[in-house]
Every structure is written in structure tokens, then in C-alpha cells.
Write a protein that binds this ligand. Structure first.
Ligand code: ATP
Ligand code: MG
Ligand code: MG
Ligand code: MG
Length: 471
């Protein structure tokens, strides 16, 4: 089944079961400073769960654009190394706002995966929150899942929250065992293992609480359902491959990147990592910029910059010495543009922004890398000190996670704690110096005018061109 068919089949199934199909929200959450980017399908419904907003439907379904590259759910550094993590991905979901609860949610999930998609029941495993006997009974009695295939897990894996605050609740997940040839290969590998063997496909969250800043949990107006299933992961299963990067969408992108770098993808695992990083990060930058995020020194723009610079550095390792990412925006649009027309509408702008960011970073990338290699060569301890990491950040534009990434590849650690202190000191100093020089500058400028011309009157409320009329 093609990814585009899966997207359709999912929405169609839930529509037939009384759900309204809702379009993906943009990646930048509306009026929600608690969240960097939309990281799950439920985000656009946050206030509906909290009872603050009413919709004219109680059941919804969507295919939501998500980015997980900062904040509570951050997969940036996994990308390239696992077969299942992206920075940008699509999340299929169904939602109940105080309508159905566990019984129906579990039934829909199991029915869709086993009957509609035809995935082999014998390969599936279920996780539940440790004391959720109700979920256990439903999986076991209602759906006939053997008790040996239902595993109880703790808060870390089976209590889902969008961020540090907001709607949350216990959850239950459907995993598929891809067999001992996939993942860590350890004899004790199980559904609790973090490797790719027992692939997590679908998370069903039983939304019951709202968590506030102090960590207090209050019950939601009505128990609700929020589910999330990664489109790329399920596509991989349906297409008989063990990596998201081998599905139809990625095959095209990876094909073009490999051709450009003259790489025979699949032959050299080190170079393959780079190709995957670039393929993944290209989608993220295309979607983020098309949704109005621009590379910047802080906030959302800084997360985008980190993604872009990480991709550039991997490109550099594959032999790029000049901007290259911008050439592949069309490639991404070839496979994503029909479902997400915003990519096509903003194509020119995206290409320009990517190219400009690349031109800027390529100027300093070489010098920064030379400094790091020098540190690796001369080191007596396998640590990059905070001052060097800070210099790389401040002078060469290396985001700290880029330095950490490169250090890790060379068996080094980075003194991130002291780096953060230096960063904070610099911010503090620039806040102070800004205030001081600003005042002095204004004072000096007006002082000079006063000395030359005497008293002035401000007329800017009525006139735009003449800034001040001399008295
Ligand atoms: P994992 O344990 O594999 O990191 P997760 O538990 O963090 O996944 P959830 O927060 O439960 O993921 O998100 C719901 C679903 O979204 C997952 O079951 C998975 O199918 C998909 N998903 C989550 N993170 C990613 C990602 N970084 N890239 C692609 N798909 C993802
Ligand atoms: Mg995760
Ligand atoms: Mg998980
Ligand atoms: Mg999960």
C-alpha cells in the first residue's frame, strides 16, 4: 500500500465511523507559547479537550504535520541513527471529545490495524499503563489479545503528555515485532527495548487530566480520546521494509541525494547516515519555512537553524563545499506537494531562505571544523571544554548540539553545563550593554542637536516626514 493510500484509508475509515475529517493545522501552534511546534495531532484540539472551546463535532480525525526537534519531544539527535525517527513526520489520529472512551478507541485501533490493513495479529504486542486493568480487560476479553502479549509499563512510556503542561493521561500502544534480525539483536530484547525491533505503531491516549505548571493534575471536563499513529512507520510495515527511510516517500528523496553525492545508498553505513539526515531535515526545513518559520538566533527560528546546520554539516562530510540543500526543495515537493499545496505556493521563498542560510554557514563551517579537529588531536581528556564550545557557537555559528554531535562521533563529550553558563553570562551582558549604550546614544544625539539648534518640539503624532520642528 502506498503512503498516500494509507493516508486516505485511515481518514475514510474514521469518517465511516462518525468522525469529521479535520485538516492539518500549521506547524506553529496558534496562541500557545508552551509549545515550540505542533508535535502531535491533538495539539489543534487542546482547548476542546480542556472544555474551553466547542466544536460542532464530538469525533474528529486528521493527518497532522508534526515536528519533534525541541522541547519535551525532541528526536533531532535520533535522526539518521534509528529507522523510525524523523524531525518532521505525519501523524494519523482519531479523537473523541467526551464522546467514546477506551472500549471504542481500542476496538477502532485493533480493527483498523488487523482487518483493514491486514497486519498479522501474531506479530502485534500491546502495552498498557501499569495499573490500567480496564484497558487490559478490553484488549484481552473484547479483542481477544492473549494476556502474554499485553505488557504493563510505567509513566515513562505509557503516560502521555503533550508538554510539561496541558492535557495528559494513561495510554496504550500497539507495537509490532519485526523479528530478531531487526534492532539490537540482544537475547533479552522485548517490547520495552528502545531499539527498532518492537516498533511502536500507534499510541491510544486516554485523556483524563490537565497538568498545570506546578504539576497538579485536575480531571478534564469529560474523559476523551487522542490517538497518534506515525504514517511513515505504518507505511514501512505495509511496504515490507524495516526502515521509514525505505518507504515510497523517502525513496525518491534519498535517490536524488545519493545521485548528487554519487553514493550507492545501502553500501556504506556511515555515509548512509548522512543521506538519511539530509533527507529528513530537508522535509523539516521545507515544511517549517513554508509555514512561516525563518532561521533565527532564538526561539522557533533557532530550532530550524539547528536542523538546517545539522543537515549542512552532514552534507559537508559527504563532500559538499557549497550550498546544496536548496537544490532538493523541488525533490521534496515532488512527493509531498500534492497533499500539502503550501509547499508549492511558497517554493521560491523556501529556496531563497535555504540558500541564504547555507551561504552564511558555509563561510564559517570549515574554520569551525578545523578548530574542533585540533581539539580532538591535542586532547588529553576526551572532553571539549566549555570555552571552545562557546567560541564555536559565538564565532562560527555552531549550535551546541552540532558540537555535541561531532564530538560524539569522535568519542568526545562536551561540557554543556558550563557552556550554558557562558551563554547565560553573555546574554546578561548584552542585555546590560544594550540598555547602557542605547540611553547614551539617544542622549548624545539629542544633546548634540540641542547644542546646535536649541529646543525642539516633537510633532511625530501629526507629521511623518518632518521628525522635529525647530522652535
Ligand atoms: P518512540 O517511543 O518510538 O520514540 P513515542 O512514544 O515518542 O515514539 P508518541 O509520542 O506516542 O511517540 O507518538 C505517537 C506516534 O507517532 C508513535 O506511536 C509513532 O508511530 C509516531 N512517532 C512518534 N515520534 C515519531 C518520530 N520522531 N518520527 C516518526 N514517527 C513518530
Ligand atoms: Mg519518542
Ligand atoms: Mg514510545
Ligand atoms: Mg508512544
Amino acid at each position: 500500500m502506498k503512503s498516500s493510500d494509507l493516508r486516505k484509508a485511515f481518514l475514510e475509515y474514521f469518517k465511516e465511523n462518525g468522525h469529521t475529517i479535520v485538516k492539518s493545522a500549521p506547524l506553529v501552534p496558534k496562541n500557545d507559547p508552551t509549545l515550540l511546534f505542533v508535535n502531535a495531532g491533538m495539539v489543534q484540539f487542546k482547548n476542546v479537550f480542556l472544555g474551553k472551546e466547542k466544536r460542532d463535532y464530538a469525533r474528529a480525525t486528521s493527518c497532522q504535520k508534526c515536528v519533534r526537534a525541541g522541547g519535551k519531544h525532541n528526536d533531532l539527535e535520533n535522526v539518521g541513527y534509528t529507522a523510525r525517527h524523523h524531525t518532521f513526520f505525519e501523524m494519523l489520529g482519531n479523537f473523541s471529545f467526551g464522546d467514546y472512551f477506551k472500549k471504542e478507541a481500542i476496538h477502532f485501533g485493533w480493527d483498523f490495524v488487523t482487518r483493514v490493513l491486514g497486519i498479522d495479529k501474531d506479530k502485534l504486542w500491546i502495552t498498557i499503563f501499569k495499573d490500567d486493568d480496564e484497558a487490559f480487560e478490553i484488549w484481552n476479553k473484547q479483542e481477544g489479545v492473549p494476556s502474554s502479549r499485553i505488557v504493563r509499563m510505567d509513566e515513562h512510556d505509557n503516560f502521555w503528555a503533550m508538554g510539561d503542561t496541558g492535557p495528559c493521561g494513561p495510554c496504550s500502544e500497539i507495537h509490532i515485532d519485526q523479528g530478531p534480525d531487526v534492532g539490537c539483536g540482544k537475547p533479552n530484547c522485548s517490547v520495552a527495548c528502545d531499539c527498532d525491533r518492537y516498533l511502536e505503531l500507534w499510541n491510544l491516549v486516554f485523556m483524563q487530566y490537565n497538568r498545570d505548571e506546578d504539576g497538579n493534575m485536575t480531571p478534564l471536563p469529560k474523559p476523551s480520546i487522542d490517538t497518534g499513529m506515525g504514517l511513515e512507520r505504518v507505511s514501512a510495515i505495509l511496504q515490507g521494509v524495516h526502515s521509514n527511510f525505505d518507504i515510497d516517500i523517502f525513496r525518491h528523496i534519498i535517490g536524488n541525494i545519493s545521485e548528487f553525492f554519487r553514493i550507492d545508498y545501502g553500501k556504506d553505513s556511515n555515509r548512509d547516515v548522512g543521506v538519511r539526515v539530509i533527507a529528513d531535515h530537508l522535509r523539516a526545513m521545507d515544511f517549517l519555512i513554508a509555514d512561516g518559520v525563518f532561521p533565527d538566533k532564538e526561539g522557533r527560528g533557532y530550532v530550524l537553524r539547528r536542523i538546517m546546520r545539522r543537515a549542512m554539516r552532514f552534507g559537508k562530510k559527504l563532500g559538499a563545499n557549497e550550498p546544496f540543500l536548496y537544490r532538493f526543495i523541488d525533490t521534496v515537493n515532488d512527493v509531498m506537494g500534492d497533499v500539502y499545496p503550501e509547499l508549492l505556493q511558497n517554493k521560491e521563498m523556501v529556496v531563497n531562505v535555504v540558500k541564504a542560510e547555507e551561504e552564511q554557514f558555509f563561510e564559517t563551517l570549515d574554520s569551525g571544523l578545523r578548530i574542533l579537529n585540533d581539539i580532538f588531536d591535542k586532547a588529553t581528556k576526551r572532553v571539549v571544554d566549555a570555552e571552545s564550545a562557546f567560541k564555536l557557537y559565538d564565532t562560527y555559528g555552531f549550535p551546541i548540539d552540532l558540537t555535541v554531535d561531532i564530538a560524539k562521533e569522535n568519542g568526545f563529550e562536551v561540557d554543556v553545563k558550563d557552556f550554558n553558563e557562558l551563554l547565560e553570562k553573555q546574554r546578561e551582558a548584552s542585555r546590560k550593554s544594550w540598555k547602557g549604550s542605547g540611553d547614551e546614544f539617544v542622549w548624545d544625539a539629542f544633546g548634540d542637536i540641542y547644542k546646535q539648534k536649541g529646543k525642539t518640539e516633537f510633532v511625530g503624532y501629526d507629521e511623518f516626514e518632518t521628525k522635529a520642528r525647530l522652535l
